[in-house]
Design a protein around this ligand. Structure first.
Ligand code: PMP
Length: 433
């Protein structure tokens, strides 16, 4: 009897209903393609240049300087030195007093911060407004929490003078945005600077969103992981600093993006205790605790940045300066071959128009797969250059409206960007001959 029951296969469904329809993931597919075929990987968003020495040295010191307790658990909601320095830093940026123990929580990357937000704040039947194009995980995370995503697009308005488009030319239609708010709306997700476009929302645009949030008593989940990566002297405005917003906003940051250490997976949330207390409940019942040593090193990185705030030696000043140069190189490369770039105001991503390359990879009518997916797959397999299709950053319903673009990451060594340029130039010559 025992051996029979041990062999018996389960016949009941095993998958929890909340996972229905969210099993596919663009990164799983494209990271594998890039690993298999790419010679030059401008796909997934991570730097291929080294992290700053002061940070890796801080990690090494934390490991070797005899404080063996750094190998043990620390406080569940954030290693005390890290939450303290984050509170000091954001106090400066937001112009308000912060309590490190209640207004800051450390997470496993910004990704877990997002997960905590949706699980803690979104209920069955709640609507969550998401601005398209968006970092793809927002949609499945809202659905997993039982919520309904409601999408509102940034609409492109190409400049009439024949100049290259900028991410600033992608804008919300105020009436359309307002029409998405209702009594069912629980939250809006804001991502400025925006992945994938690189759009940095202006004070005016944020003011409009803030006004609607206050009017409809809606929360704002503000993903600001690229807060330091803004170019051409632009300013990143934090929506939590606008009138009426602190009390309803959770701000999300990432050491991965801030210090070029995406593998460390240290992120954080900053916000009012009345919201963060619920995020802590999710955190203590899921992850509970993040790696101590990485938190210690990030804390030291922030202490350095606090001391050098606004000075030329600050990493938060140097990194955007270097990235702006890399952006300009890639813009030039792409423009030179007719893959028209949309100039990003921030982030380390750049979206480019592939329309002029359509003759190389003809469309397949009535295919399930959006054209840009096929293009990106063809490009990595045949040219060795990896990028991400833009339609991956749209909801199912709107995917097919944006299939002429791909996204590149330019947080790369000069040699990598040069190799990408070589591939593009060679391709252009082959097209011409
Ligand atoms: N938000 C956005 C907009 C992102 O682009 C990313 C990373 N690609 C994350 C959150 C996740 O950040 P982390 O690596 O810190 O989890």
């Amino acid at each position: 009897f025992l051996s029979h029951s041990l062999q018996a296969k389960m016949s009941r469904p095993v998958q929890a209903r909340r996972l229905e329809g969210i099993d596919k993931n663009i990164w799983v597919e494209f990271v594998k393609l890039a690993a298999t075929y790419s010679k030059v990987n401008l796909g997934q968003g991570f730097p291929d240049f080294p992290a700053p020495d002061f940070l890796t040295e801080a990690f090494r010191r934390a490991l070797s300087e005899g404080n063996h307790m750094l190998h043990q658990y620390t406080r569940a909601f954030g290693h005390p030195p890290l939450v303290k320095v984050l509170a000091q830093f954001y106090e400066k940026l937001l112009g308000r007093d912060l309590d490190p123990m209640t207004n800051v929580m450390v997470t496993v990357g910004a990704y877990q911060a997002l997960f905590c937000c949706f699980q803690a704040l979104v209920d069955e039947g709640d609507e969550v407004i998401i601005i398209e194009p968006f970092f793809d995980c927002y949609e499945p995370m809202v659905k997993m929490a039982g919520g309904t995503p409601v999408f509102v697009p940034l609409r492109p308005n190409p400049p009439k003078d024949g100049k290259l488009m900028s991410s600033a030319d992608w804008q919300l239609d105020p009436a359309e945005l307002a029409s998405k708010f209702s009594e069912r709306t629980k939250a809006i997700v804001l991502n400025s600077p925006n992945n994938p476009l690189g759009k940095v929302f202006s004070r005016g645009e944020l003011g409009l969103i803030a006004e609607l949030c206050v009017k409809h008593d809606v929360l704002c989940i503000s993903d600001e992981v690229y807060e330091w990566l803004v170019y051409d002297g632009r300013q990143h405005v934090r929506i939590a600093s606008l009138q009426g917003m602190w009390d309803r906003t959770v701000m999300i940051g990432s050491a991965g993006k801030t210090f070029s250490v995406t593998g460390w997976k240290v992120g954080w949330v900053v916000g009012p205790d009345r919201l963060l207390q619920h995020l802590r409940t999710v955190h203590q019942n899921s992850v509970y605790h993040c790696a101590t040593i990485a938190q210690e090193a990030v804390a030291q990185g922030f202490q350095r940045e606090l001391m050098l705030y606004g000075k030329p030696e600050s990493y938060f000043v140097q990194l955007p300066k270097e990235l702006q140069q890399k952006r300009d190189w890639l813009v030039q490369s792409l423009d030179g071959v007719g893959m028209k770039p949309i100039i990003p105001e921030g982030t380390y991503f750049l979206v480019a128009d592939i329309s002029q390359f359509k003759s190389d990879i003809p469309d397949v009518p009535n295919s399930d797969e959006p054209y840009d997916y096929r293009f990106a797959k063809w490009m990595v397999k045949n040219k060795g250059l990896a990028a991400i299709p833009l339609s991956a950053f749209y909801s199912e319903a709107h995917k097919n409206n944006y299939t002429n673009f791909i996204r590149f990451c330019f947080a790369k060594e000069e040699a990598t960007l040069k190799a990408a340029n070589d591939i593009l130039q060679k391709w252009k010559q082959e097209k011409a001959s």
